[in-house]
Every structure is written in C-alpha cells, then in structure tokens.
Write a protein that binds this ligand. Structure first.
Ligand SMILES: Cc1ncc(COP(=O)(O)O)c(C=O)c1O
Length: 358
C-alpha cells in the first residue's frame, strides 16, 4: 500500500487506523452479513453507530443538555442559509464578520433572508486576517453574531472570540476539534465534515435547543432545526456511511487525546511557518498573529515558480498543495489526521526547492 501525504483542504486526509477498520468491517458489519451502508438506518446496528457518533461529539465538545447534535446534509453551504432562515426572524438584524471567502458566502446567503450588519470587514485584506475585537461595530439587538473560525482559503483564523451578549454562531468547518473550545458562548456551531471529521456528505450542527424555537412554522420541514432536534437527527434517511466514518474518527480523536492532537497541530504548523519565515524565498499569506494551524498558506517570492513547486512536490509524494483556485499560491492543509512526518517532508522539500531555484 502506497499512501502519500495528502495536504488537500477537503475532502482531506483521514486517520489510517480509521480506514483500516472501515476496510475490515466493510463487507460484513458486526456479523450482520452486510455493510453498514446497506443496513437500515432504523435498525440496531446503525442505531448504535449513530448513538456513539452523537455521544462522542457531546464528550469531545463537553456539551450540556441545552445543546443538540445534528448531522445534516447539504454541507456547510446549506448552513449559510439555514442559520438565518431559523434564527434571523421577525425583522431582526444579524451581525456578521467578514474575514474572507467563506464568511462572504455566509453573508451573501443571510442577505437573501433578512437584514445583515457587517460588523467588521477585512475580507479583502492582504496579508489576510480576521477582524480585531475593537473593529466590531455591533447592532444594538442582533439575533446573533456570525464568525468563521478559520478561513480555509486564506489561512487566517480567530484566536479568541468576541464576548457579546447575543449568541455566537460559528462556521468551524476547517478547525473544529483541532484546538480547545468553550462552547458556552455559542448558540450554534456548524462544520462540513470533510476536513477534521470524516468524509464529505454532511455538516455537523451543534445548536442550543431554545434557539430552534424561533424558526417560522412555514419554513419547509427539512430546513427547520426543530424537525431534526425532535427526531434525534433521524427525520429522513441520514448519510449513514459518513456518520459511520465520523463515529470512527471521533473515537480515534478520543483515543489520541484532544490535548495531544492540539499540541501536535501547534507544532506541525509552527514547523512550517518557521520554514516559511526563514528566507525571503517564501512569504506567508496571513498576518502572523492570525495564522491558522490548519491551513498554512504561502506564496513564492517568484510566483511563476509556484506551479513547478506543486508539480515537483507531487513527484515527491506531497499532494494537494495548490492554493484555492480563487487566490492561487500554496496551501498546506494539515488537519488532525495529517501526520507530523508529512510536515517534516514538506519542510525538507521546501529547503531543497529553494536551494535549486532560489
Ligand atoms: C470554512 C468553510 N465554510 C464552508 C465551506 C463549505 O463547505 P461545504 O462544501 O461542505 O458546503 C468550506 C469548504 O471548504 C469551508 O472551508
């Protein structure tokens, strides 16, 4: 088996242990004579998977009974719309922070539903960053304040969150479960699964249950959080395979230990940033104080060399380093499951590439 180092932003690398276990269990899940993909979503085997997936999430995020855990289809992109549909009601205004491409998409969707106040806008700044607390111009009575915890494309992140009287709503697609988090100030957290959580096919939604009551009854049933809360996230046929792998990934995170993974994430990112900053041949894209530990973005001083960098890296078994098509450059996505050895190999490759082309 030849596994390469996969720096893709998502779908992204999964823990090898998880893949091995899924492979072993694939044709005959726990003696059922069928795979988990073929089991009824109301049957005993999938019920156990689903229950463990929820229980693991509750444990990892230390959730109180005030919160519900939902696995919803439509990715994080549908959450851009579902959040305002459910929470931005009765002529209220919602505060949004614009920190880059993903925040901008959330804002665009919310504007289709209701009144939006962009409390701070640094979406187009280079080097990239997220807003500073003292820049926020909040509304008097916002329904919520939306943040994008980690901008996957630009590689800038929030280090701490604004302290406000209204519920925080966060798109945590690219850094959920990668660093310590106090969930209490958050009314709702959502994350596409395909980065730190599992394969594509669903978004994890953690919602304070009382907030779901704001949704108009006229909202289509599938678009109301209330529906999914009342049905324990089993209103319709769920993405069983994605939930199964998610369950294995969350089990793996608990086995590794969150603190250990967090420290490893910090070290992996620090190693790469140290290499970027060591010479003028490379240049970080995000302002140093806002640098992401998950998506390390950089340019080459000679941008003409970037395509060659990506091509030669791939030949060395370092895949997925091309920056997002909207911004170019280089992006190394190093989520929880990305092994430290892969970062070391990339650093060596960067040294070598500079020696040959610098
Ligand atoms: C921060 C962030 N938000 C939202 C999305 C969109 O997620 P999805 O493709 O699951 O709709 C992404 C995808 O990369 C993302 O990185």
């Amino acid at each position: 088996m030849a596994r390469i180092y996969n720096f893709s932003a998502g779908p992204a690398v999964l823990p090898e242990e998880v893949l091995e276990e899924a492979r072993t269990q694939l044709p005959d899940y726990h003696g059922s004579g069928m795979s988990i993909m073929e089991c009824s979503h109301r049957g005993r085997d999938f019920a156990a998977v689903h229950a463990e997936a929820i229980a693991n999430t509750r444990k990892l995020l230390k959730l109180s009974d005030d919160y519900a855990v939902l696995f919803l289809q439509g990715g994080a992109s549908l959450q851009f719309a579902m959040v305002p549909m459910n929470l931005l009601t009765d002529g209220a205004v919602a505060d949004y922070t614009n920190s880059g491409s993903w925040a901008a998409k959330a804002i665009k969707e919310a504007r289709k539903i209701g009144q939006v106040n962009v409390a701070a806008d640094c979406g187009k700044e280079i080097p990239t960053r997220v807003p500073r607390m003292d820049e926020l111009q909040l509304s008097a009575n916002a329904a919520y304040l939306h943040v994008t915890s980690n901008e996957t494309i630009s590689g800038a992140r929030w280090n701490s969150y604004p302290q406000v009287d209204v519920p925080l709503v966060a798109d945590m697609s690219s850094d959920i479960l990668s660093r310590p988090l106090d969930v209490e100030p958050f009314g709702l957290i959502y994350a596409g699964a395909q980065k730190n959580l599992g394969p594509a096919g669903m978004a994890l939604v953690v919602i304070r249950k009382d907030l779901a009551e704001k949704a108009p009854e006229t909202l289509p049933t599938m678009l109301q959080y209330r529906t999914h809360i009342e049905n324990d996230s089993l209103y319709n046929t769920p993405p069983c395979w994605t939930i199964y792998i998610y369950m294995l990934v969350t089990r793996w995170i608990m086995k590794q230990g969150q603190e250990k993974l967090y420290r490893q994430n910090v070290e992996k990112a620090a190693g790469l940033y140290e290499r970027i900053d060591r010479s003028a041949f490379y240049r970080g894209t995000a302002l140093p104080e806002f640098r992401s530990d998950m998506n390390v973005t950089f340019r080459l001083a000679d941008e003409e060399l970037e395509a060659l960098f990506v091509k030669e890296a791939l030949a060395e078994g370092l895949s997925g380093l091309k920056g997002h098509r909207s911004v170019g450059g280089i992006r190394a996505s190093i989520y929880n499951a990305f092994p430290p050895e892969g970062v070391e190999k990339l650093v060596d490759f960067m040294d070598d590439f500079e020696a040959r082309h610098g």
